[in-house]
Design a protein around this ligand. Structure first.
Ligand SMILES: NC(=O)C1=CN([C@@H]2O[C@H](COP(=O)(O)OP(=O)(O)OC[C@H]3O[C@@H](n4cnc5c(N)ncnc54)[C@H](OP(=O)(O)O)[C@@H]3O)[C@@H](O)[C@H]2O)[C@@H](O)CC1
Ligand SMILES: Nc1ncnc2c1ncn2[C@@H]1O[C@H](COP(=O)(O)OP(=O)(O)O)[C@@H](O)[C@H]1O
Length: 274
C-alpha cells in the first residue's frame, strides 16, 4: 500500500507547552568509524533536524559530529530509541560490537543499518527495523541461510522485503527508487516520492537519522504492532519530500537533504491542519 504525505503527517510528534527535552524523546546513536565518519555526521544532522528532545552520540566520530552539532551529548545515559551501524563495517567493529549488542538486547526500538545488519541477523527481535539497500539485504539473507542474487531482489523488491521481514523476524525498510517496508505479520507499505537525484552517497545515512528521530519521539507507541512499519514509511516520506525540496529538479548532496528536513516536516504539518 502506498504511504502518502497525510499518513506521514499523523506520525510527526508535535511538542506542546508541557514538553521538555526528555519527554520529547532521546535518540542513542552508535554510527560512524574512522573509515566513514561522515555517515555519523549525516545521520545526527538529519535526526536533529527532524525534531527531537536530545541525541546521545556514542560512536567513534565524536569530534566531527560535535563540530557540526554542538547540541549533541556524548555522555551515556537513558534513551528512548537507538540508531546503530551507518558508516561501520561488520568486519571491523572493534568496541562497537558490544554497543550494538547492548542496543539489540535493550527494550528500546532499534534501527540497524550497514555494519549492524549482521548483528541483527544473529539476534532478531520485535522493535528492530533494518534499513538495507539491495546488496545489504542479499548479505543479510545469506547470513540466515537464504541465498539470493542482488538482481533477483532488484527485479521484485516489494516481494523480497516481505519475505525478508518474515524470515528475519524484524521490520524491513528496503531502500531504492521505491522504498518498500514490511513488518512480520504487519503492514506492507511503499514510498516512491524521492527524485532520482537522491541516489547519492550518504542519502541512506540521512534516512536513518530521520527514522531515529521518529522512533524516539513516538516512543510510547513505537513497538505496537504495525507502528514500526508506519514510522519507517513516514521517515521515507519525509526523506523523499526533503530531497524534492532540496533538488527542485537539480542535483543534491546528502547534507542538502538533511538541511531541508524541517521544510518537509513543516509542509506535512501545514497540509494536515489545512
Ligand atoms: N560519507 C560517508 O561516511 C558515507 C558512508 N557510507 C558507508 O559506507 C559503508 C559501505 O556502504 P556501501 O553501500 O558502499 O557498501 P556495500 O554494499 O558493501 O557496497 C560495496 C559495493 O559497491 C561496489 N562498488 C564500490 N565502488 C564501486 C564503483 N566505483 N563502481 C561500481 N561498484 C562499486 C563494490 O563492488 P566491487 O568493487 O567489489 O566490485 C561492492 O559490491 C556503509 O557503512 C555506509 O554507511 C555510505 O553511506 C556513503 C557515505
Ligand atoms: N533512483 C533512485 N531514486 C530515488 N531514490 C533513490 C534512488 N536510488 C536510491 N535512492 C534512495 O537514496 C538512498 C540511498 O541510500 P543507501 O543506498 O544506503 O546509500 P548510502 O549508503 O550512500 O547512504 C535511499 O534512501 C534510497 O531509497
Amino acid at each position: 500500500m502506498p504511504w502518502a504525505e497525510r499518513d506521514a503527517a499523523a506520525h510527526v510528534a508535535v511538542p506542546t507547552a508541557v514538553s521538555d527535552k526528555y519527554s520529547r524523546g532521546v535518540l542513542g546513536v552508535v554510527t560512524g568509524s574512522s573509515a566513514y565518519p561522515g555517515a555519523a555526521v549525516l545521520g545526527v544532522e538529519a535526526a536533529a533536524r527532524t525534531g527531537i528532545g536530545m541525541i546521545r552520540y556514542l560512536g567513534d566520530a565524536t569530534e566531527p559530529v560535535l563540530a557540526r552539532r554542538p547540541e549533541v551529548v556524548s555522555a551515556p545515559g537513558r534513551v528512548q530509541a537507538w540508531l546503530i551501524g551507518s558508516g561501520t563495517d561488520s568486519q571491523d567493529l572493534g568496541l562497537l560490537a558490544a554497543l550494538f549488542s547492548d542496543a539489540l538486547a535493550s527494550a528500546e526500538p532499534v534501527i540497524a543499518d550497514a555494519g549492524a545488519l549482521e548483528s541483527v541477523a544473529l539476534a532478531p527481535r520485535r522493535g528492530v527495523i533494518v534499513t538495507p539497500h539491495f546488496r545489504e539485504l542479499a548479505r543479510m539473507l545469506a547470513a540466515g541461510g537464504t541465498r539470493v542474487d542482488v538482481a533477483d531482489i532488484a527485479a521484485d523488491p516489494g516481494r523480497w522485503a516481505v519475505r525478508a521481514a518474515n524470515r528475519l523476524g524484524v521490520t524491513v525498510l528496503l531502500k531504492g527508487a521505491t522504498t518498500w517496508i514490511a513488518e512480520p505479520d504487519g503492514p506492507q507499505l511503499s514510498v516512491s516520492i524521492a527524485p532520482p537525484w537522491t541516489a547519492t552517497a550518504g542519502a541512506g545515512d540521512v534516512l536513518g537519522g530521520i527514522l531515529g528521530a521518529l522512533l524516539a519521539t513516538n516512543a510510547a507507541t513505537a513497538v505496537e504492532p504495525g507502528m514500526p512499519a508506519r514510522l519507517a514509511a513516514s521517515a521515507a516520506v519525509i526523506h523523499g519530500l526533503a530531497a524534492s525540496i532540496a533538488s527542485r529538479g537539480g542535483p543534491i548532496t546528502a547534507l542538502d537533504i538533511a538541511e531541508r528536513v524541517p521544510d518537509a516536516v513543516r509542509r506535512l504539518l501545514s497540509s494536515e491542519s489545512g
